[in-house]
Ligand binder design. Structure first.
Ligand SMILES: [Zn+2]
Length: 342
């Protein structure tokens, strides 16, 4: 199986992060890339650099207002006297009205959901190349590969059409799904990250052509708190096309695999032409976020189970943070999925 990744994706190097109000080192470290690359190579993957795909595939799922903000906010922020080095918001609209502030501080609050996604001078390019890895993986599948893996970093599933959040800027899984839609009538996105894929859900919430399914730690006491509940089923034409499976904290392999079977029923009933797997590895028992208790052999079984759906599949990297087993968990998933024979 091919793995798509560009070196520019490592340049984004966020420093700050507030956890329960306390300043902590940001967990979305460039070092994740080294571990994931090693994991993909151990699974027999060939590493391929994506091409520059321009703004088109990104603009297909994000607003021009937001993309303009992402590209230029760092330079604008540097002109504010006494501002932080990285762009970090300190005020948010409780409800969005029609007004859009001209100020950089106001726009940061408008377009950034939390403090976990600081923007530096490298962020825009890193996020673009991450998205282009997803584009290239989707195109590989459209050209006949049965599967491809996009080593997307920074990750994407918390990014809405016009909001960054939770380490995410451009929604790579949504970008991949929208690229697949060029030839596929229906695309399913299956998100197995520890955290609910709220941005992905938001992007497709009113659409019946992309099914969004997410398994995650119950948000009643876990990030992203305001999304990911079982009663969020879509809206308008998209009603019935969003499916959330919140899991109790510390759920083990057995519970995760059982929920996965429920997710598969929904995916099969949708009869998609292609699948995007939003692959977070942070459901791991040893992940620093500690929300669920999936084991390394558990990831192999998850990969194996997803492969049995028999769909053309784009695997998009989401979360999964620094721990000794991060690379092994990717190897386990990809090997279980059958990376060597694809
Ligand atoms: Zn996550």
């Amino acid at each position: 199986m091919k793995t798509f990744y560009a070196e520019e994706q490592k340049r984004h190097d966020p420093k700050a992060f507030l956890s329960s109000g306390a300043a902590q080192p940001n967990p979305e470290q460039p070092e994740r890339v080294e571990r994931l690359l090693a994991g993909a190579k151990a699974a027999g993957c060939e590493i391929v650099r994506p091409r520059n795909h321009g703004l088109g595939p990104v603009a297909a799922v994000h607003t021009p207002e937001y993309l303009h903000f992402l590209e230029h906010i760092y330079a604008r922020w540097q002109r504010i006297e006494g501002a932080s080095v990285e762009v970090i918001p300190n005020i948010h609209p409780i409800a969005r009205s029609g007004s859009y502030p001209a100020s950089a501080v106001g726009q940061a609050g408008y377009h950034m959901a939390d403090t976990a996604c600081p923007i530096s001078g490298e962020t825009w390019q890193s996020a673009l190349w991450s998205a282009w890895s997803a584009v290239e993986a989707a195109e590989a599948v459209m050209s006949g590969a049965s599967a491809a893996y996009a080593l997307c970093r920074p990750p994407g599933h918390h990014a809405f059409a016009d909001v960054a959040g939770g380490f995410c800027f451009i929604n790579n899984s949504a970008v991949a799904a929208q690229v697949l839609r060029r030839t596929a009538s229906r695309v399913a996105i299956l998100d197995v990250d520890l955290h609910h894929g709220n941005g992905t859900q938001g992007i497709f919430y009113a659409r019946p052509d992309v099914l969004t399914v997410s398994l995650h730690a119950d948000p009643v006491r876990f990030y992203p708190f305001f999304w990911g509940h079982a009663d969020e089923r879509g809206e308008g034409a998209g009603l019935g096309y969003n499916f959330n499976l919140p899991l109790p904290r510390k759920s083990t392999d057995a519970a995760f695999l059982q929920a996965l079977e429920v997710a598969f029923q929904r995916v099969r009933a949708f009869s998609p032409d292609a699948l995007v797997v939003a692959l977070g590895l942070d459901a791991f028992e040893g992940d620093p976020f500690g929300g669920l208790s999936v084991t390394t052999p558990g990831f192999a079984r998850i990969g194996e189970a997803i492969a049995k759906l028999g769909l053309s599949t784009v695997i998009v990297q989401e979360g999964g943070y620094l721990c000794d087993e991060l690379g092994d968990n990717l190897t386990a998933f990809l090997t279980g999925f059958g990376s060597k024979s694809r």
